[in-house]
Design a protein around this ligand. Structure first.
Ligand code: HXC
Length: 257
């Protein structure tokens, strides 16, 4: 792997970003946040994008947190800046119009867990370890963990994790809904290949609308959210994808999206 802090590769329109600082267990420092922001500049401008996966270099860590060495000397004002930069970058990742999936290949702690939570869902290798251990360092999560974790796993489990700082294994992460699937480390790549093919086989605008309906709907009351879905459903009939998808079914052929 090169010296780039974020490595980028692509298959069938699925872009894979690999956080590449394995000697520090891929800990997120300012330079890495900048590199991620630069990748997002490119991804936001890519009309053919079908999905994004994000993983860590090496076989030990996804991301072991924000960089403790860098944070150690921060003043309160600098800490606020650092957190704001991370929050803004993760918000942009979350807001990409296509599915964004964390492939968690080892330690997924602190800011690493927050990075995974900013993804639409996560799959984990069976050696993965999760946690929000910030309290053991005398701080709290600062890249969204106190807000996205309870939304993903419920407030009681989130409070357990953010106040005890205890670490959980992949099976427990699966049980509490922090990850969708657990698999051997060696199978993560095949998962990404399957995902790329699945997304490439679906209507690209339909996939985007499905994501938008879930994300935007969660911020609204149920009646407004159902109206949002109805609007996006109808919109699908105004484009070419619906005719192609349904004609392909009737003609017993694969759709050409
Ligand atoms: C900087 C880190 C790091 C981190 C690991 N390293 N995690 N450097 N920041 N978050 C470095 C180590 O210093 C070490 O460098 C190398 O990576 C290998 O780590 P080891 O500790 O030697 O490995 P191991 O004994 O296997 O332990 C793995 C580990 C441990 C359990 C993951 O590294 C660990 O506890 N890391 C910190 C996890 C954590 O507290 N994360 C939350 C950070 S706070 P050298 O040079 O010695 O080889 C946070 C806040 C987010 O994320 C919000 C910010 C606004």
């Amino acid at each position: 792997m090169s010296d780039n802090l974020i490595e980028r590769s692509e298959r069938h329109g699925l872009v894979c970003l690999t956080v590449n600082r394995p000697k520090a267990l891929n800990a997120l420092n300012s330079a890495l946040l900048d590199a991620l922001a630069a990748e997002l500049d490119a991804l936001e401008a890519e009309p053919g994008l079908r999905g994004v996966v994000i993983t860590g270099a090496g076989d030990k860590a996804f991301v072991a947190g924000a960089d403790i060495t860098e944070m150690r000397e921060l003043s309160a004002a600098q800490a606020r800046d650092f957190a704001q930069r991370g929050l803004a970058t993760l918000k942009r990742l979350e807001a990409l119009p296509v599915p964004v999936v964390a492939l968690v290949n080892g330690f997924c702690l602190g800011g690493g867990c927050e990075l995974a939570l900013a993804c639409d869902w996560a799959v984990a290798s069976d050696n993965a370890i999760f946690g929000q251990p910030e309290v053991a360092l005398g701080v709290i999560p600062g890249f969204g963990g106190t807000q996205r974790l309870p939304r993903r796993v419920g407030p009681a489990m989130a409070l357990d994790l953010v106040t005890t700082g205890r670490k959980i294994d992949a099976q427990e992460a699966l049980r509490i809904g922090l990850v969708n699937q657990v698999m051997p480390l060696a199978e993560l790549d095949a998962y990404a290949e399957r995902l790329a093919k699945q997304l490439a086989g679906n209507g690209p605008q339909a996939v985007r609308s499905a994501k938008q309906a879930v994300h935007d709907g969660l911020d609204q009351d149920l009646d407004s959210a159902l109206a949002l879905e109805a609007g996006l459903f109808a919109l699908a009939f105004a484009g070419d994808e619906q005719r192609e998808g349904m004609s392909a079914f009737v003609d017993k052929r694969k759709p050409n999206f």
